[in-house]
Design a protein around this ligand. Structure first.
Ligand SMILES: O=C[C@H](O)[C@H](O)[C@H](O)COP(=O)(O)O
Length: 237
């Protein structure tokens, strides 16, 4: 009897397929963050060192990804000099039926969103455990906030009509607040039922001064590569 692939094997299939199918020589490539995106970075490194791809520059979405890319010899640039990317590849925490996402459980949402909105194609790579019927139901919806008066930020989030009833927790790293690559904090929002109107929630959250960015990535996916027990398939909006 065939052994079912592990979650890591599924993640690897999606990361490798994203690079194989969407990255061509000469491109500017956005590199996501997390355990799934790491496989795409690995594949890009392999294809550059074998000469199968050339003339690639990449923009990492976190310090972790930057370090991985550097260790593989992937040439890195920044949005300052390369404001338009051909493609960005990243994982997600949740994918809904319309290919809207929750991202940021790994803390990288701000840089991810900055880079991924600038990409002509944003390719999302997930194992099928990330598929949800509605956003906000499988775990935290992260919001990056200023450390300055973070409790005030947290309280005002809880008062927003579109997300009324959620609970909010400051993300901790052992006994200290978790600090992002941008020296901000993360407030994780938890919901009992899916977020009813994610577009409204996104705009209300962003309207608060002191909120830096949220983990709702709406209308951004160009394609989602999904790996599951029945194989790998691609969904497009
Ligand atoms: O901040 C982290 C990112 O949004 C990740 O892309 C997301 O959390 C998915 O990570 P993983 O592939 O490790 O599940």
């Amino acid at each position: 009897m065939a052994v079912a692939p592990s979650v890591d094997e599924l993640k690897k299939l999606t990361g490798y397929k994203a690079v194989d199918d969407y990255v061509k020589s000469g491109m500017v490539v956005g590199l996501g963050t997390g355990s799934t995106a790491a496989f795409a970075v690995e594949r890009l490194g392999q294809k550059l060192s074998s000469g199968e791809l050339s003339d690639i520059v990449a923009i990492p979405t976190s310090i972790r990804t930057k370090e991985q890319a550097e260790s593989l010899g992937i040439p890195l640039v920044q949005l300052d000099t390369h404001p338009v990317l051909d493609v960005a590849i990243d994982g997600a925490d949740e994918v809904d039926p319309d290919l809207n996402l929750v991202k940021g459980r790994g803390g990288a949402l701000l840089r991810e969103k900055m880079v991924e909105v600038q990409a002509k194609k944003f390719i999302v790579i997930v194992d099928e455990s990330k598929l949800v019927d509605g956003l906000g139901i499988s775990g935290a919806m992260p919001v990056e906030v200023t450390p300055f008066c973070y409790q005030f930020n947290l309280d005002r989030l809880l008062n927003l009509p579109s997300i009324k009833g959620c609970t909010a927790k400051l993300r901790m790293d052992a006994d200290k607040p978790y600090v992002t690559d941008n020296d901000n904090y993360i407030v994780d929002l938890f919901f009992d039922t899916p977020i009813k109107d994610a577009a409204l929630a996104a705009s209300e959250i962003r309207s608060l001064v002191g909120i830096v960015e949220h983990g709702l990535f709406l209308g951004m996916s160009s394609a989602v590569i999904i790996a599951g027990k029945d194989g790998v398939y691609v969904k497009e909006p």
